[in-house]
Design a protein around this ligand. Structure first.
Ligand code: BES
Ligand code: ZN
Ligand code: ZN
Length: 550
């Protein structure tokens, strides 16, 4: 998807020009604002009458389309209802994200319709091979560029504090563009080619390839900055969702390492990939214990962005279990079904590095991913085994399905040893967090209230919500082992998410640390706004906002 930011909407030769219309806004005046003098070639009175006749009032998500019939270079204008301006400002970010997502879906539908027409005459009727038909569709659909105009707010934009309902113009645009890109995501590569002429090929081109954004009367530099951030973040989210969507037999630890190298190369980040021999040399007994049960070899992935004159280094650690069968403490079939997404934490921190590499904040970022499968192979951990973690602590493994904390333990120790000043880990860690918070929010815990509060605030614009769970001393009791320093799982049904965090705390050397448990929000079975079914990459937007705020 190519995105350009332009000032003069009257010159656009787009197939569709989307114009946002607030509730009961006078159309002739609005169109004059958008297209300037060129609007006089349109029959404004008739357009307004036709829209009115059609019941179009600018209610949220309402649309009215009309052809320009040569009066303007763009072919069609799609009036898109934004709802009442005051209401939108009160709702704030989520309202604008909804708009961005809905516009993307409308345009994808327009594109699909165009593609279907050309497919019908070019492909099927002339009996061409499906592949040729697909190419034709692809080539033609590229010509469908979309532009949209957001009515600028008058006067100097006041920078709203993060989380406040009303956003500045830049923040509005950021929310719209980010949601627009996210809503354009689709993962269709494994759809069979049999249906190519109808579905798969068409779905594949649903992502718009050429978008022009028109912001009339706006400070182009400020908008460009906001849009560039939104593009970087939106694309990184989609890239992470792709990594999560890949089948586990493909997205192995080694494959994750390949993706990490690609991201590092793109942005000139330093990269280290440790194989099992090097991991053993680093004495990561806890991580290696989990890897033992799998035929696929583990990888320990480290990326580093070094900011010039950085005052601190933040480590972001992502759980990279590319498939969690539970190990010998085997999951049920239902519990295992989507466990390819147990590497969401890894996909997320890699996505964050893609953004960091592009936008280069003032803080250094160390990205650490312990990547392994959790399988019940013949060499697998037995419940009862004792592991020696990198920091020397001994762990009795009483449940091999509590593998996430075992691999994160050594990753956190590694980050400390590398001189990280602050640690943030993100992981699909416990089923218990799903019981506690459902799909609405991630659990957040840690040893530093400021860090937790800052992360929660950083999630507000994107609607990534966190709810803090306690870390009471009492939970430590549950991790006491008779044979080792601690055991990896507490009692079933008793504050599982908090116990997991208590375990992780043993490996952070009292550095400021926050832990995000995204087990409930990393995957969705329901399409909503900018997220469709599948991996959500929940957390990327929070972490990017947090790191970029430095
Ligand atoms: N990957 C799972 C957690 C999970 C559950 C993620 C559901 C997404 C949806 C994790 O490795 C796990 O199995 N945790 C156990 C821990 C328990 C044995 C202490 C759990 O939550 O049941
Ligand atoms: Zn598990
Ligand atoms: Zn797991």
């Amino acid at each position: 998807m190519q995105i350009k930011i332009e000032n003069d909407a009257s010159k656009s030769a787009a197939m569709v020009m989307v114009v946002g219309v607030h509730l009961n806004e006078a159309l002739p005046k609005l169109l004059q604002e958008v297209f300037g003098n060129a609007a006089s070639a349109l029959d404004l009175a008739s357009i307004a009458a036709a829209a009115r006749g059609d019941g179009f009032k600018g209610k949220i998500n309402q649309v009215f389309t009309f052809p320009t019939l040569g009066a303007l270079p763009c072919k069609r204008i799609l009036l898109y209802g934004l709802g009442a301006e005051a209401e939108l400002k009160t709702v704030g970010y989520s309202g604008y994200r909804k708009i961005g997502a809905n516009i993307a879906k409308r345009l994808a539908a327009v594109r699909r319709a165009t593609a279907t027409e050309s497919n019908a005459d070019k492909g099927a009727s002339k009996g061409k091979s499906l592949a040729t038909a697909g190419t034709t569709v692809g080539a033609r659909s590229k010509a469908l560029s979309a532009c949209f105009y957001l009515r600028p707010r008058k006067g100097k934009a006041t920078k709203a504090p993060v989380g406040a309902a009303i956003a500045s113009n830049e923040q509005i645009v950021e929310a719209i563009v980010e949601a627009f890109i996210m809503a354009s995501f689709s993962f269709e590569k494994y759809k069979s080619m049999k249906e190519a002429g109808k579905k798969a090929r068409l779905e594949n081109i649903a992502e718009l390839s050429d978008i022009n954004l028109y912001f009339v009367n706006c400070d182009k530099a400020a908008f460009e900055k906001a849009v560039n951030k939104a593009i970087a973040v939106g694309r990184a989210v989609n890239m992470s969702r792709e990594l999560i969507a890949e089948p586990p037999a493909f997205m192995t630890p080694s494959r994750l390492a390949v993706e990490a190298r690609r991201i590092a190369k793109d942005h000139d980040l330093s990269v280290k990939i440790f194989d099992e021999v090097q991991i053993a040399k680093l004495a990561m007994g806890s991580f290696l214990g989990v890897a033992r049960g799998a035929k696929e070899p583990p990888r320990f992935i480290v990326l580093k962005y070094t900011a010039p004159k950085a005052k601190k280094t933040v480590a972001i650690v992502g759980k990279g279990v590319t498939f969690d069968s539970g190990g010998l403490s085997l999951k049920t079939a239902g519990g295992m079904e989507h466990m390819k997404y147990d590497m969401s934490g890894a996909a997320i921190v890699l996505g964050v590095m893609d953004v960091i590499g592009k936008l280069k904040p003032k803080v250094s970022v160390l990205c650490v991913v312990p990547a392994t499968e959790n399988m019940p192979g013949s060499a697998a951990l037995h419940p009862g085994d004792v592991l020696i973690a990198m920091n020397g602590k001994t762990i009795e493994v009483n449940n091999t399905d509590a593998e996430g904390r075992l691999i994160l333990a050594d990753a956190l120790t590694y980050a400390c040893q590398q001189g990280a000043d602050e640690l943030i880990d993100i992981a699909t860690l416990t089923g218990a967090v799903v019981s506690a918070l459902g799909r609405a929010a991630a659990g957040i815990m840690g040893n530093n209230q400021d860090l937790i509060d800052n992360l929660k605030a950083a999630g507000l614009p994107s609607g990534e919500k966190y709810w803090q769970l306690p870390m009471f001393d009492e939970y430590k009791e549950a991790l006491k082992s008779d044979v080792a320093d601690l055991k990896n799982a507490g009692s079933r049904g008793e504050a599982g998410s908090s116990c997991a965090a208590m375990f992780l705390q043993e490996f952070v050397e009292e550095k400021p640390w926050a832990h995000m448990d995204i087990a409930g929000v990393a995957w969705t079975e329901r399409e909503r706004d900018e997220l469709n079914k599948g991996g959500t990459a929940f957390g990327i937007r929070t972490l990017c906002s947090y790191l970029l705020s430095h």
